[in-house]
Ligand binder design. Structure first.
Ligand code: SDX
Length: 428
């Protein structure tokens, strides 16, 4: 593999170094392009061909459908580890020893209280507020009660910031659901594991004991592992960009929540369920919706299908599809929407339009069906994605800071008006 790239421009030749990653990906370093060529920049709208950083956290191969965190295959991690163990791996780079893991869990629980005054902020939102909007605001507001988390200057500061946000974020996430439904805001229950605590935060009512269902907890733990990190996706790139300006971890994660909200990104899991319910209401004619998705004049897209990087099956979708089957069998559930999803997938994968464009089910296609089986309302699906993605946002923000990366500031190609004289009102 060559270690340099040659560019010819305006009759001159320029050489740029080419780096090879640990999985033999190659990247041309153009950091001096504009200066050596006296002004030439690249243009890559949507960054489809542009690497923003070097990273040791996650490797994915979109052609082969591979996903690994710190070298461990996602298939192994979902089978052999739990959500917080994978979070430790993603954030600190190694699977935790027993002692490290016990300390990590204790330190997170020590931070599972949220300042009581945060409740005043929650009460300020209309009950109709989308939970993602509430979560983004509340996450940023955490800075007001934890000012020390903004300037993270030592390993200890970083560890404290990590355990603080891992302890408080699930509380804020579930408060959004409680506010939407006029329910009292729950506190964490430190006698429970991380995932069980999330479920009790979401569903416990003061008048009854909350009964943990181990089958549901196992399914949710596995589902959230599949969401923990996904290299430089839209919301993670946002967290890195915001953090590069010196903004604190809470503010950066708050921005990541907002980016994830979009229906083309994390908001797709909510859009998938709404699409499947629309198909069900419409009589289950999946071919009709497939044809709509193929019609260029119809803005309808098959939500949960397609991916910027995966041009093969999203490995997470395979695992989630099986997890949905296992959960329904274990809980002796049936859901007509799951049958519609499987039929939709079967028809789409046989259709040349999807095959030619390498459009396969992604992580969002089946996840909502599991959330629904667990009693999680559709409006909270993307919030659950955010709870799952939090360790990845933390890890990527931490890596960007530890690498001392400069403030992110892309260039542009100006195509607007040339210089023109000011016009007074009478001339306009
Ligand atoms: C996530 O980046 C990540 O890693 C994200 C994520 C993560 O873990 O962080 O994996 C999570 O965001 C998964 C994606 C969830 N979004 C959806 O399911 C929304 C539906 N999918 C599409 O909108 C789309 O596939 C994207 C946004 C996911 C990817 O878009 P790209 O890479 O910009 O591709 P494109 O829009 O240029 O599409 C290429 C072609 C186009 O057709 P042509 O113009 O070539 O004829 O494929 C078509 C598109 O119209 N196409 C679809 C389609 N997705 C792409 N047509 C119908 N239905 C779809 N879903």
């Amino acid at each position: 593999m060559s270690n340099k790239a040659i560019l010819e421009f305006n009759g001159k030749k320029y050489e740029f170094p080419v780096y090879t990653g640990s999985e033999n990906e190659v990247a041309m370093d153009i950091s001096v392009l504009r200066s050596v060529t006296e002004g030439l920049i690249t243009l890559d709208v949507g960054y489809k061909n542009t690497g923003s950083c070097s990273s040791k956290i996650t490797f994915l191969d979109g052609e082969k459908g591979i996903l690994r965190h710190r070298g461990y295959a996602i298939e192994d991690l979902t089978k052999k580890a739990c959500f917080l163990e994978v979070a430790f791996l993603i954030i600190f780079g190694e699977l935790p020893t027993k002692e490290e893991f016990e300390k990590f869990k204790v330190d997170i629980k020590k931070n599972s209280m949220v300042n009581e005054e945060m409740k005043d902020i929650v009460e300020g939102f209309p009950k109709s507020t989308h939970p993602m909007g509430m979560l983004s605001s509340l996450t940023s507001a955490l800075t007001a009660f934890n000012p020390g988390v903004v300037n993270v200057n030592s390993k200890e500061d970083m560890y404290n910031a990590v355990t603080k946000i891992l302890g408080k974020f699930p509380v804020l996430a579930t408060w959004a659901h409680r506010r939407n439904n006029g329910l009292p805001l729950n506190y964490s229950d430190n006698s429970l594991d991380y995932i069980s605590n999330i479920m009790q935060l979401m569903f416990k009512i003061p008048t009854e004991q909350y009964v943990i269902n181990p089958i549901a907890i196992k399914a949710l733990d596995e589902l959230l592992i599949l969401h923990e990190d996904h290299e430089q996706n839209c919301s993670t790139s946002t967290v890195r960009m915001v953090g590069s300006s010196g903004a604190g971890l809470f503010a950066s994660v708050s921005a990541g929540v907002s980016a994830l909200w979009g229906h083309l990104h994390g908001g797709a899991n909510q859009a998938v369920l709404e699409m499947l319910e629309e198909i069900q209401k419409d009589g289950g004619d999946v071919e009709k919706f497939i044809n709509r998705a193929k019609d260029k004049d119809d803005p309808f897209r098959l939500m949960g299908f397609g991916h910027r990087v995966y041009k093969n099956f999203d490995p997470r979708a395979r695992i989630i599809k099986k997890a949905a089957d296992d959960l329904f069998a274990d809980l002796n559930l049936t859901d007509p929407v799951l049958k519609i999803a499987k039929h939709l997938e079967e028809v789409a994968l046989k259709d040349p339009y999807f095959a030619e464009r390498k459009l396969y089910p992604n992580v969002d296609f089946y996840s909502g069906i599991i959330y629904r089986a667990l009693g999680i309302p559709v409006a909270m699906f993307t919030v659950m994605f955010a709870v799952g993605r939090l360790p990845g946002w933390i890890a990527q923000w931490k890596e960007m800071r530890e690498n001392g990366e400069p403030i992110g500031r892309p260039r542009q190609l100006y195509i607007g008006e040339p210089l023109r004289p000011f016009k007074e009102f009478k001339e306009r």
